[in-house]
Design a binder for this molecule. Sequence first.
Ligand SMILES: C[S@@+](CC[C@H](N)C(=O)[O-])C[C@H]1O[C@@H](n2cnc3c(N)ncnc32)[C@H](O)[C@@H]1O
Length: 261
Amino acid sequence: MNGDIRKFIFKDLQTVEGYIDPPDALVFLALLQAQNTHGLSGGVAEIGVFYGRSYFLYRKVCGDKEKILAIDLFDIDQSGGETVTQYDRFIENGERLGLPVDQDLVICGDSTQLRPTDITEKIGTTRFFSIDGGHMLHHVTSDSVLALDALAPHGIIAFDDTFNPAWPEVTVGVTDFLRERQDELATLCMTKYKTYVCRKEFHDFYCRVIDEAPDLMAFDHIKTDFLGSKAIRLHNPMARRMVYEMMVRSGMRSLSERVYR
Ligand SMILES: C[S@@+](CC[C@H](N)C(=O)[O-])C[C@H]1O[C@@H](n2cnc3c(N)ncnc32)[C@H](O)[C@@H]1O
């Protein structure tokens, strides 16, 4: 297991306001490390950075030399006339964690207005593309096509909030997108919050990565049919989630890592 990075995930990353759940952080880790090991190169991009919780995980796993593109409206704290903006807090988090943001690789703006070349001119084609921006149908439709057009042949798209009843249009957008591209794309992994997709040629490879990753052994691996592919659904039992939440709330962040061994 990755002792140092796990400590980062369960302790340091939790100090950044945001949404990545530990199982997904561990999936990101397994997939990015497998790509590193097998020379599957390319940039990393995220639509919907918020304060950088996922972004700093990419930085930690991929290192300083990797090109990581952050795309966000960065307008959340401006509506109330705040003096410290969302963008400022993102930059401050990087400095505090010792992972400074490369500001040449930040796009402040509406992702639905971007063209694939806006991404590839900055970081080349992408090996990992996280979509976690606008959660309405038109956002998801546009962001999905953008991600696919900027994707390396071996690239992975991670969709957030798929099948979350709070965001039904994400579910519609992602399933429409995948159903229309069943000949090209396959789902490799599903968690409570995210759905991970790659080109069909790489499906077996990435499924093996998920199946064999030491950091994912804590989860039940359940084969699930989804739109023509066999995805691995990582089930995280309610009892574990409750223990984890109780530990975090009572200030036992460092120890909470043990719950996921
Ligand atoms: C749920 S948060 C992302 C959480 C983040 N991925 C994390 O790990 O904590 C959604 C983000 O999407 C951004 N967003 C919403 N609509 C957007 C759009 N059209 N273009 C770019 N970013 C957008 C918001 O500003 C917000 O920061």
